[in-house]
Design a protein. Structure first.
Length: 178
């Protein structure tokens, strides 16, 4: 009975999110919006990700009916993370619209300097967490720091990808292709 009410709460939350996403569901992004660990979908529209959430919800329902406890726990946690990510993405929709409306002649050098600053700070944060990790005496503390390090490394990788895109844009601009 308890799981039934939790499943219903999740379904209600998914339905509310679907209604909120509806006006912007077909807006395309220039690249996939989420990390592959969070969503298998590589689409660029929010509706693609919402479909994956709904599929996962159906799979969760089926797993509950079959009493597959470990799979239920995994799917429930993944669904909650996916819902939170979609809500954050939805909250930034207006910001993304404004980004697309920026003039083409952006100052790529300023973006480059800013992003390089992010890269330096992320690397410093990783180094700090790694030194904390080596001094940590409890397993739980080490695991927490390891998760933080992995998350920071993912951010650093995305930052470096952004740096590469900015550098390519600068090259195109200098060649007169922009």
């Amino acid at each position: 009975m308890y799981s039934t009410s939790l499943l219903q709460m999740l379904r209600t939350r998914i339905e509310e999110l679907a209604q909120a996403i509806e006006p912007v569901a077909a807006l395309r992004a220039s690249q996939a919006r989420f990390d592959r660990k969070l969503f298998a979908t590589r689409g660029t529209q929010l509706k693609d990700y919402l479909l994956e959430v709904q599929d996962n919800m159906n799979q969760l329902q089926h797993s509950v009916e079959q009493s597959r406890t470990e799979l239920v726990a995994f799917l429930a946690e993944k669904l909650v993370e996916q819902l939170a990510a979609l809500q954050r993405e939805l909250a930034t929709t207006d910001l993304r619209k404004r980004e697309r409306q920026q003039p083409e002649a952006e100052n790529f050098y300023q973006q480059l300097a800013t992003t390089q600053g992010y890269e330096r700070r992320l690397q410093a944060m990783i180094n700090d967490r790694e030194s904390q990790h080596s001094q940590q005496t409890t397993l739980a503390g080490q695991q927490k720091l390891q998760r933080e390090i992995l998350a920071l490394e993912g951010r650093l990788q995305r930052c470096r990808q952004a740096l590469a895109r900015i550098e390519r844009a600068i090259e195109r601009q200098e060649r007169g292709l922009v």
